[in-house]
Design a protein around this ligand. Structure first.
Ligand SMILES: Nc1ncnc2c1ncn2[C@@H]1O[C@H](COP(=O)(O)OP(=O)(O)O)[C@@H](O)[C@H]1O
Ligand SMILES: [Mg+2]
Length: 259
């Protein structure tokens, strides 16, 4: 039994803190979402946990090892960046993009082995990308590009996958497919998932815990029922949020009274 990811009194930002005093424990195999308005610090927070941005203060432990700066345990965390931030203007094909997920793990000049190629092939098949493996990444639809980036995050055998808005800009049907895929990676393959999303209705069933970030460094962390309620969401988003209970689960609405 590993010990998950523990964050203690973390402060994140760039010179000036955006969020301070964050403490939480992400157990292995949980499904977390990070939600909140634009500019609240969602991306900054997950990049700090991933070690891409240094924390301003506080501590991060991965499987019990102190990882505030660098540590070997970081290899258990993988990242699916927001699409706009992924430099895709180079002519790689799908296979090569997925294979590039192994590079951070290879030692300098280390050759890629058959075993690693097999891993790439296995994920391409699992994610239904086998048929397009030789196509140029740039020629794929937005939905398929997200799946390629998910495959790229998976080939390094992580324990946790952090995703930054993986369905933003994807149409409804393909967005649904991506969310179902994340659920099957969580339920069947036992990955810990932490995703930034605005699609609360679609992910509701799958969520264990929520980090809700607001303006001016406000945050709330807890179980979905405690955090994703009308009162707190309306307060954080500074707009009236209503939750309609339906057979398929709650639907989150921005409510305008027309009078
Ligand atoms: N590289 C950076 N340098 C300085 N400030 C940044 C940088 N990236 C983002 N910010 C600022 O940090 C704040 C939080 O940004 P971000 O984490 O991207 O928010 P979110 O993902 O919730 O939209 C914003 O005010 C943004 O302008
Ligand atoms: Mg962001």
């Amino acid at each position: 039994m590993n010990e998950g990811i523990t964050v203690k009194d973390l402060s994140v930002g760039y010179e000036e803190p955006i969020l301070s005093g964050l403490s939480f424990h992400m157990a292995e195999e949980e499904f977390w979402v990070v939600v909140g308005p634009n500019g609240a610090g969602k991306t900054t927070l997950i990049k700090t946990i991933l070690g891409i941005i240094p924390p301003l203060s506080g501590e991060i432990f991965i499987h019990g090892k102190r990882c505030t700066n660098w540590c070997d345990e970081r290899k258990f965390l993988s990242y699916v960046p927001q699409m706009e931030n992924y430099a895709s203007n180079f002519p790689s094909n799908v296979f090569e993009v997925v294979l590039s997920g192994l590079f951070p793990r290879l030692k300098r000049f280390q050759k890629i082995t058959d075993k690693e190629v097999k891993t790439v092939e296995r994920w391409l098949k699992f994610l239904d990308l086998w048929e397009v493996r030789e196509k140029k990444f740039n020629d794929l639809s937005g939905g398929q590009q997200r799946k390629v980036l998910i495959a790229r995050a998976l080939v390094g055998s992580p324990h946790y996958i952090f995703l930054d808005e993986p369905t933003t800009g994807v149409d409804l049907k393909n967005s649904r497919k991506i969310i179902k895929l994340l659920n099957s990676l969580h339920k069947e393959k036992k990955f810990g998932i932490c995703m930034i999303t605005h699609e609360l209705s679609s992910v509701w069933h799958y969520i264990d815990k929520v980090i809700l970030l607001g303006y001016e460094g406000k945050f709330f962390i807890g179980k979905k029922e405690e955090i994703l309620n009308e009162e707190l969401l309306s307060q954080i988003y500074q707009v009236e949020v209503k939750i309609a209970q339906t057979e398929g689960g709650p639907i989150f609405l921005v409510w305008d009274k027309h009078n």
